[in-house]
Write a new protein. Structure first.
Length: 159
């Protein structure tokens, strides 16, 4: 059975991944998650600019952690990232993720990447689908499992 369980070799947060980001997210009382991150030159795409795919990964992970902290076992089904300003290696950043809406078949979350002077560098929106009916942590899985075709509408309508 497919599971969404945190592992030590996760490329975003795993302490044992030899080339990973190793970001340590903390969960607040309201279920949101935050982390501080200083990207290095090793994450550049163009010279002097952190690769957008890395930024998307960081934001997706923050939302995943918020969903996980709510007790739901789910996977990202739809992800949209708006890059507002480039990110420079060595820049101190705050990552924040939170749940916006939780329904029976779909959870919506958002995340931001903000510089130390408060300027938003990127913003992400995502939809998460539970792996199975009864996918709350500690409940036995039932049903068909993750199925991205359960998202309604065309890609533009879903955002």
């Amino acid at each position: 059975m497919l599971r969404a369980e945190t592992q030590a070799a996760c490329v975003a947060c795993g302490p044992e991944h030899p080339h990973g980001l190793r970001i340590k997210y903390e969960t607040a009382l309201d279920g949101s998650v935050t982390a501080c991150w200083i990207p290095t030159k090793g994450w550049e795409g163009f010279r002097g600019i952190v690769h957008g795919g890395i930024l998307g990964t960081v934001l997706d992970e923050a939302m995943s952690k918020a969903v996980e902290s709510s007790g739901l076992e789910a996977l990202t089904a739809d992800l949209h990232v708006r890059f507002r300003h480039h990110v420079v290696p060595g820049e101190s950043l705050e990552i924040r993720g939170w749940i916006v809406e939780r329904a029976s078949r779909l959870t919506r979350a958002e995340a931001t990447l903000t510089s130390s002077d408060g300027v938003e560098r990127a913003h992400a929106w995502a939809k998460f689908l539970p792996l199975s009916k009864g996918a709350e942590r500690g409940q036995p899985g039932q049903g068909r499992g993750f199925d991205s075709t359960r998202l309604e509408g065309t890609p533009k309508e879903r955002i």
